[in-house]
Design a binder for this molecule. Structure first.
Ligand SMILES: [Zn+2]
Length: 347
């Protein structure tokens, strides 16, 4: 049983949110590319960007929906060419994650964004994996990789990507589904997810970010995913809410992303607290932090301030992040122990 969070004074809550150990389960590593690093990698690789300066690029980060973001996101990823570029990108993320007391991270990566430009999947996976290994050694952050299929492309392309990745099967733990959601329902990828399941890979998928609750149902029942990425539209479907609560299906919610992509008009109207209070296994994550104005602790502190949550919510969210992760039981016990010790120190 955990320490009594209600004994923690409200004015100490922001410090508690920053200091408590947490896991990040929804981070697209290409979405952690800061404009400064985009320009540095462009220079290193002799690539001319369609933006004159770091400031001009940053000012283009005004999005109206998911697609307007994806257009700039894919342009930013074009500077990634060498294995070292992928390493440097992931390393920069891990330094920021460690500063936010993220002690475990499961990173999404989009191989098709790179193989379509002629970059070998080996280059992508080896660079990212080496950064994961070093994150543990240098920063004490445990990390693993989840390969995402781009859902606006065909299932055939997803199968090709899986085949290319299989020689590096030991370097990633699962597969996911991302990119433009509406019009690309989970069931479009039924066969490739069935194959990944046979291979013993963990399965997750974006569903119910902008898309309808029906996409969450098919992600669960057709793809058989273990977690839903986003999932905030579940609130429209009481039967689905019940299913998610009953089966403890975690939702990896990304509040600042939802704000920037206009899924909610402002953070105070975000439904995260309602979902959490309804008994769903909710987690807080940064999604594409370089583009959406904040890493993990920004997501935590701004969301708590906007929707009025307390230390009990903080504990539940952090604990959910570990329980919904794909770490082994011993590591889980270790992290829960650190979480409890942190709350104990705030009594
Ligand atoms: Zn995402």
């Amino acid at each position: 049983m955990h320490a009594l969070p209600h004994t923690i004074a409200p004015d100490r809550l922001p410090d508690l949110l920053r200091l408590m150990p947490k896991a990040e389960l929804h981070i697209h590593i290409e979405g952690s590319l800061e404009p400064e690093l985009i320009f540095a990698l462009a220079q290193r690789n002799g690539i001319v960007l369609p933006y004159a300066s770091v400031d001009e690029l940053r000012s283009a980060y005004a999005f109206t929906n998911l697609q307007s973001f994806l257009d700039i996101y894919y342009a930013g990823a074009s500077v990634l060419i060498q294995e070292q570029d992928f390493y440097d990108m992931a390393h920069a993320y891990f330094v920021k994650a460690a500063a936010d007391n993220v002690v475990h991270a499961e990173l999404f990566f989009d191989p098709q964004t790179h193989t379509a430009r002629g970059v070998a999947i080996e280059t992508v996976i080896k660079g990212l994996h080496r950064a994961c290994v070093d994150a543990q050694a240098e920063l004490g952050v445990s990390a693993s990789l989840i390969l995402c299929f781009l859902r606006h492309l065909s299932e055939e392309k997803a199968f090709e990507t899986l085949e290319q990745a299989l020689p590096y099967r030991d370097k990633f733990i699962g597969v996911g589904l991302d990119s433009g959601e509406v019009g690309n329902p989970p069931e479009k990828f039924a066969r490739v997810f069935a194959r990944c399941r046979e291979l013993g890979l963990h399965l997750v998928a974006h569903a119910g970010e902008e898309g309808p609750p029906a996409y969450i149902w098919t992600a669960l029942d057709v793809l058989k995913v273990e977690r839903i990425d986003h999932g905030v539209q579940a609130i429209k479907d009481p039967a689905l809410m019940q299913r998610l609560a009953q089966d403890r299906i975690a939702l990896t919610v990304c509040p600042l992303s939802n704000l920037k992509l206009c899924v909610f008009p402002d953070l105070a109207q975000h439904n995260l607290r309602q979902l959490l209070d309804a008994g769903l296994a909710i987690t807080i994550n940064s999604d594409d932090p370089a583009y959406f104005g904040g890493y993990m602790n920004d997501n935590f502190t701004q969301t708590f301030a906007a929707v009025g949550m307390d230390a009990e919510h903080a504990y539940t969210l952090a604990r959910n992040s570990f329980e919904a992760s794909f770490i082994d039981k011993a590591t889980l016990g270790h992290y829960i122990g650190r979480l409890d010790a942190c709350f104990e120190s705030f009594r």
